[in-house]
Design a protein around this ligand. Structure first.
Ligand code: SAM
Ligand code: SF4
Length: 335
């Protein structure tokens, strides 16, 4: 890794330009693949304050990070979150190319305009089904109508929307084609995600939920013309254009394909642990460094952590492996 140009380049020559930040582990939903019903959340004192989150984000920006995505848990339920979004939004168009948010959509009917005014232009909204009963089953605590109102509002204020749907065997596999048509009508892009083995989810079993996207793609290609798009996001998604709807569809396939060679991202938890790979446990404790040694030490710690970014992950779901490859939940690392 070189620090010459102040940029973050890992040992495999990949420039780290994308930071995902989980701003809270809390959520107003309990999606079956993400959390168990009875979650114990972190004590508030363990969380980075909004000021600390801002400082860390700005430090990364000064080191060449040009895209930041806020996620969680549900980022929009963190108290005072607009302070962070407004302050980071001031960097958009200067050193920061883009500030985006991944949300379950529950707060959007009241927050969409504020997000747009802060400089956010794109949202990823998680929605696995358009069937209200299934939605309640998947999210346990969510109401589909509330999310649909939020989506309408976000669209109205001019936010560009991508729908994220996790493919769940026997749950929404029969509905994905219909959702794709709906996304086309609404002007939303869509990404289908494979279930990842993260965290204990109680009585649910990964193998029961897991649906390889190779199957999903084969099924969709019987109904639609999928045209490969050379565009690669440097992330885990591969995109096609749907000739019939004009929309874009992404497949996030961490299990059936290895997407690591082009990885440009790192993730920070709400407690300030920096994970260089979503699928590995190695991390750097930025909170302790920040609280005890200050900003210069923080920079040095980030450089050092990037030297540890691994070549790839080791996710596996099969009958011989445990239910989880990585002990932490997605809401802690941030999806
Ligand atoms: N609460 C927000 C939301 O749901 O969009 C942001 C955080 S959520 C952890 C981010 C994304 O991770 C969501 O699209 C969710 O569907 C996905 N996700 C959560 N657990 C997952 C798992 N075990 N495998 C695959 N995707 C998962
Ligand atoms: Fe909450 Fe998002 Fe996890 Fe669902 S996927 S429980 S909305 S953090």
């Amino acid at each position: 890794m070189s620090t010459d140009s102040n940029k973050l380049i890992d040992p495999f020559g990949r420039a780290v330009t994308y930071l995902r930040v989980s701003v809270t582990d809390r959520c107003d939903f309990r999606c079956v693949y993400c959390m168990s019903e009875n979650m114990t959340f972190l004590p508030k004192k363990d969380l980075l304050t909004l000021e600390e989150l801002e400082l860390v984000c700005k430090t990364f920006i000064s080191m060449g990070v040009s895209k930041i995505r806020l996620t969680g848990g549900e980022p929009l339920v963190r108290k005072g979150i607009m302070q962070l979004i407004n302050n980071l939004g001031l960097e958009v168009g200067k050193s920061l190319e883009e500030l985006t948010i991944t949300t379950n959509g529950s707060q959007l009917s009241k927050m969409a305009q504020q997000l747009f005014d802060a400089g956010v232009r794109r949202l990823n909204i998680s929605l696995d089904t358009l069937n209200p009963e299934k939605f309640s089953e998947i999210t346990r605590w969510g109401k589909l109508n509330q999310v649909l109102h939020g989506l309408e509002e976000a669209k109205k204020v001019g936010l560009k929307i991508k729908i994220n749907a996790v493919a769940l065997k026997g749950v929404n596999d029969d509905e994905l084609a219909e959702m794709l048509i709906w996304c086309g009508e609404q002007g939303f892009d869509m990404t289908i995600i494979e279930v990842m083995p993260m965290g204990d989810i109680g009585s649910e079993r990964r193998l029961d939920q897991y649906l390889p996207l190779s199957l999903v793609r084969a099924n969709l290609s019987r109904k639609f013309t999928l045209i490969d798009i050379p565009e690669r996001s440097a992330g885990p998604a591969r995109y096609v254009k749907i000739a019939e709807t004009g929309g874009k569809l992404g497949f996030i396939t961490p299990l059936t394909h290895n997407f690591c060679e082009s990885c440009n991202r790192v993730r920070m938890t709400c407690t300030g642990e920096l994970f260089m790979c979503l699928g590995q446990d190695d991390n750097a404790d930025l909170r302790t460094i920040l609280r005890e040694n200050g900003n210069e030490a923080l920079k040095a710690a980030v450089y050092e952590a990037i030297t540890r970014k691994p070549k790839g992950h080791d996710f596996i779901i099969d009958r011989t492996s445990d239910n989880k490859s990585v002990a932490r939940h997605m809401n802690v690392t941030g999806g």
